[in-house]
Design a protein around this ligand. Structure first.
Ligand code: AVJ
Ligand code: FE
Length: 443
């Protein structure tokens, strides 16, 4: 893999130049292609599971999303529905994408390269100091970059789910070891009165992160670390999956339908639990965050522990609020741009890491691992903040607002730095667990 510039290690937060944007686009593409280097065309085309479409679809969709926003849109406003039919996610739900007449891998790669050439030619001429909020400070480029980063995570979900031989990455980064001085289950008390969440950033943040607004938060306790496999095994051993009183009505329905008795990708062999992350199988390491659990499992664990799930406001305050300075930071470690060693993000570790091993990844209020490892379920439904305005298209966020989706925070090992910050909001159905989901508790 060639890496011209690492988006995790940009030197400043100032608006990127043309040269930097071109380097970021190249780097994003290098990573997308590196992830599939060892995957056969047959596996790229396969519908491995109803939950995930073929990776070949993601590749074409990444390219056509880029064409829509960084080429056609610059000739005049486009609507999201102008996306070519085959790659329009709303026309073809994931479970049916395997039946689409997707072009071959080489034709898809050629289309990706051809679109990229046109985009780079445009980049030379575009006015990054424009009054148009889409162009100003390169917003639309940052949006397209984050789209590719997010589809990388989707591709990794598919690779983890794939049928046949497990995915073997071409490159792998060493994970930090856990730190014994960080104790799972320990809680921090947060009593800040009022704080702010969200952001007014218009260079990179999504519409759903805006606006920054004041929140009054009643005092609460929140876990210093994500819930670990060790804690989760204790819940399982205490018959957590069999005790109806620990589960909500919807949770009991999910349990009856799935007959789940462990996180996804766990199984029992000669009386011992094993778990798999890609091609690595292990006894669930007690100090690693539990991953691949549904909202309902998280909720049941919390009840078993005499706790509850945090709201997304509680989560964000715990990650971002600096009580001394009385202001919110973009990252747990403060305001500086991230370094690779800050958190287990950026995909190449291909698993969660033991808690506490990333020493910068601690917030002013004392919470570890707020970013990276596993997305954390919150009890909040996905909705717009007060004053929300869809920008630049309602199909990113607004069409998903309501009571069907729960907010997840903090990213996972499969999230790229460029798509992660304290204000970033993800959402999914509470039954989902092929996503890289874990949790921490509050009280
Ligand atoms: C923000 C992860 C829920 O994958 O559905 C990708 C990201 N939006 N293409 C999704 C997204 C458009 C989105 N999530
Ligand atoms: Fe997309």
């Amino acid at each position: 893999m060639t890496t011209a510039i690492n988006p995790a290690e940009r030197s400043s937060r100032s608006a990127p130049t043309r040269v930097e944007l071109a380097a970021l686009l190249a780097e994003a593409r290098d990573r997308t292609l590196a992830l599939i280097e060892t995957v056969s065309e047959e596996d790229l085309r396969a519908q491995h599971d109803p939950l995930m479409g073929p990776i070949l679809w993601d590749l074409g969709h990444i390219a056509h999303f880029e064409e829509l926003w960084l080429d056609r849109n610059l000739d005049g406003k486009v609507e999201f529905v102008e996306m070519p039919g085959m790659y329009n996610p709303f026309e073809h739900p994931r479970r049916v994408r395997g039946a689409l007449p997707l072009p071959s891998l080489s034709a898809t790669l050629e289309a990706m390269a051809e679109i990229r050439e046109r985009v780079l030619a445009r980049l030379e001429r575009v006015d990054l100091a424009s009054d148009d909020p889409l162009l100003r400070d390169g917003y639309v480029y940052q949006m397209v970059l984050q789209h590719e980063y997010q589809h990388n995570e989707t591709m990794l979900q598919t690779l983890q789910l794939k049928q046949g031989a497990p995915y073997q990455p071409a490159v792998r980064r060493q994970l930090h070891a856990g730190m014994a001085d960080v104790v799972p289950g320990e809680m921090v008390r947060v009593d800040v009165g009022s704080a702010t969440i969200g952001t007014d950033d218009r260079a990179r943040a999504y519409d759903n992160e805006r606006p920054r607004h004041a929140v009054h938060v009643a005092p609460y306790w929140i876990d210093r670390t994500p819930v670990t496999n060790g804690q989760y095994l204790a819940f399982m051993a205490d018959d957590g999956y069999a005790r109806a009183e620990l589960w909500s009505d919807a949770g009991r329905t999910w349990l009856a339908e799935t007959k789940a008795e462990s996180p996804k990708y766990w199984w029992r062999e000669s009386g011992e639990w094993l778990r798999r992350s890609m091609d690595q199988v292990e006894r669930p390491a007690p100090d690693k965050p539990v991953i691949h659990v549904s909202y309902y499992e998280a909720e049941a664990f919390a009840r078993w522990a005499g706790k509850r799930l945090p709201t997304e406001t509680e989560w964000e305050v715990a990650a971002s609020w600096d009580p001394g300075a009385e202001r919110a930071n973009a990252y747990p470690w403060g305001r500086r741009e991230p370094r690779i060693s800050d958190a287990n993000l950026d995909q190449l570790g291909f698993d969660v890491a033991g808690i506490g091993g990333y020493r910068e990844n601690v917030s002013p209020l004392g919470c570890y691992g707020m970013l990276g490892d596993a997305w954390e379920w919150t009890s909040t439904d996905f909705r717009g903040y007060p004053g929300f305005a869809a920008f630049p298209y309602p199909e990113y966020s607004e069409v998903f607002f309501g009571t069907e989706y729960k907010v997840l925070r903090g990213g996972s090992w499969a999230t790229r730095f460029g798509a992660m910050r304290n204000t970033f909001r993800n959402w999914d159905y509470p039954i989902r667990r092929q996503i890289f989901s874990g949790f921490r508790c509050a009280r």
